[in-house]
Design a protein around this ligand. Sequence first.
Ligand SMILES: N[C@@H](CCC(=O)N[C@@H](CS)C(=O)NCC(=O)O)C(=O)O
Length: 211
Amino acid sequence: MSDTTLYGFDGSTYVRTVRCVLTRKGVAYDQVPVNVLTGEPREPEHLARHPFGKVPVLDIDGMRLRETDAIVRYLDARNPEPAMFPADARARAKADENVALINSYGYGAIIGFVAYHLFPDLVGGKDDEARKANLGSARTLAKLVIENKGDAPFIGGGDAPGYADYLLGPLMAYATMTEDGPALLSVDGMQSWWDRLSADETFAATAPDLG
Ligand SMILES: N[C@@H](CCC(=O)N[C@@H](CS)C(=O)NCC(=O)O)C(=O)O
């Protein structure tokens, strides 16, 4: 039993981001698998933890933290090594931009076209126009994050995966399970980034068991 508890199931991309960071930093934790696909985040027990009905939530060091961004930045401040951001100010600014772009435009676009293929009932049916629009936005996002990483191997701006990699990676894992995956991987630089991230031990170890 540890005194750190992560609420959220392994199939959630945001929960996987936090699992990657906890694992990479060697922070022991227990997990309560609140399942998004069965609506558990909207049940009173979880609404008491996160009134907007979202996972992840992390109980750590006597406080409750909601929202992936706040959780990851706290973990990075608490356990600085290995760093989730580059030290150089300009590279850090671009890594921060990548995180913001993925959160603001990437998540909805990628989950949008993934849902079309994998969870059509969840989004109320098959809307091919929305699928195409979402795929287009996802390709725009991919071009930007690759451009922002410059010569760094990873979109988090470092020689090893950082926060931005662990944020986009779980989304890409779902994208590559669909027939639209190749269109996203065909963006210049995406395939080699994806190959590097897929070889990361922590990322591989956190792959959800989709049974
Ligand atoms: N802004 C939140 C978003 C988290 C989020 O969207 N989580 C999804 C799962 S990946 C969720 O809880 N969905 C449940 C729902 O919307 O009912 C964060 O960054 O942590």
